[in-house]
Design a protein around this ligand. Structure first.
Ligand code: SF4
Ligand code: MG
Length: 321
């Protein structure tokens, strides 16, 4: 399909205090380039702290400290003025892990869902009311419950409210950040299926961030693996699952019995030690202290990302020829 989003050399760096109260730089997103095409579900996986959420926020221009370029259907959104950006905000939405924290507990569902229309000043009251009721129906909520408060819904229903709100302004691109991670496994499946149905119906494109590889495998068309702020591998889902190349990807896959959802609760932790701090990442390839294939060059030089097979990118010296 057409390119929806083209991110080029994104860097998002935060100034933080180190253990000894010295100023230090945290490179949350470190030189990331990627393209997302219409109808894609780009899954983003990696352990917590690897920069997945910051990347999602950076792409939506929600991070002030971001550098690089994001072209949204060819328009450089980082250089837009506030007013122009507002138009793009409608097209690009985000769904979060914990809808309770993004839904004001003192507001009824009806007013939570009317909010996006009020902010963007679209439609008469009657039109908005009608639209909100059909939105509720679309995400599997009973419009008769519109006067209820968020706490009167289950976790899965609250996530449906979050999805309805993200859909309100007819977006094209949605970043889902751990959108089902707080839910029971059976509810997760319902929400993932809802997201896929809505994708078909509205021709949506998703970036789907999750630490849970089985969820990402279920919903994605392409998968990107991140480690300490960088892309280490990116390929079509089928290719990546069948032929993981990067030693980190192999480690992640080995730790998750992804093909058997019944075994999901037995997932083992990565046994190769903790993730190093992104504040002071290891020299050369950031994965070298944990890598069983480490070579002398790995400690000295960061491996360029290269195409190891058509459409299959990997950043590892084993594949740099
Ligand atoms: Fe391992 Fe070296 Fe590849 Fe890094 S570059 S993943 S250390 S083999
Ligand atoms: Mg996160």
């Amino acid at each position: 399909g057409d390119t929806v989003l083209n991110a080029d050399r994104l860097h998002t760096v935060f100034e933080v205090k180190s253990q000894h109260q010295e100023k230090a730089l945290l490179r949350a997103v470190n030189d990331v380039s990627l393209t997302i095409s219409e109808g894609d579900v780009l899954g983003v996986v990696g352990e917590s702290g690897c920069g997945k959420s910051t990347l999602g926020r950076t792409i939506l221009r929600l991070e002030e400290k971001a550098a690089g370029d994001v072209l949204y259907r060819g328009t450089d959104i980082f250089s837009l003025h506030h007013k122009e950006m507002k138009q793009y905000r409608k097209k690009m939405q985000m769904i979060f892990q914990d809808p309770s924290s993004s839904l004001n507990p003192r507001k009824k569902v009806i007013s939570l869902l009317k909010q996006p229309y009020k902010i963007h000043k679209t439609g008469s009251d009657a039109e908005i009311q009608e639209r909100v009721e059909s939105l509720m129906q679309e995400v599997g909520l009973n419009p008769r419950h519109q006067r209820r408060f968020p706490h009167q819904f289950s976790g899965g229903q609250r996530q449906r409210i979050g999805i309805a709100r993200a859909l309100a302004l007819n977006p094209e691109f949605i970043v889902c950040d751990e959108a089902v991670s707080a839910l029971d496994v059976s509810v997760q499946a319902q929400i993932l299926n809802l997201l896929l149905d809505l994708q078909q119906k509205h021709k949506l494109t998703y970036m789907f961030i999750s630490h849970d590889l089985s969820v990402v495998e279920f919903i994605s068309t392409r998968i990107m693996v991140m480690y300490l702020g960088k892309i280490v591998e990116l390929a079509d889902k089928v290719e990546l699952m069948a032929n993981p190349l990067h030693p980190y990807t192999k480690t992640l896959f080995a730790a998750y019995p992804v093909n058997d959802p019944a075994k999901r609760d037995q997932k083992k932790r990565v046994v190769m030690g903790d993730v190093p701090s992104p504040i002071n990442p290891p020299s050369g390839c950031h994965f070298h202290p944990r890598c069983p294939y480490k070579m002398p060059i790995c400690e000295e030089k960061y491996p360029e990302i290269t195409e190891a097979a058509p459409g299959h990118q990997v950043a590892c010296h084993l594949f740099n020829k």
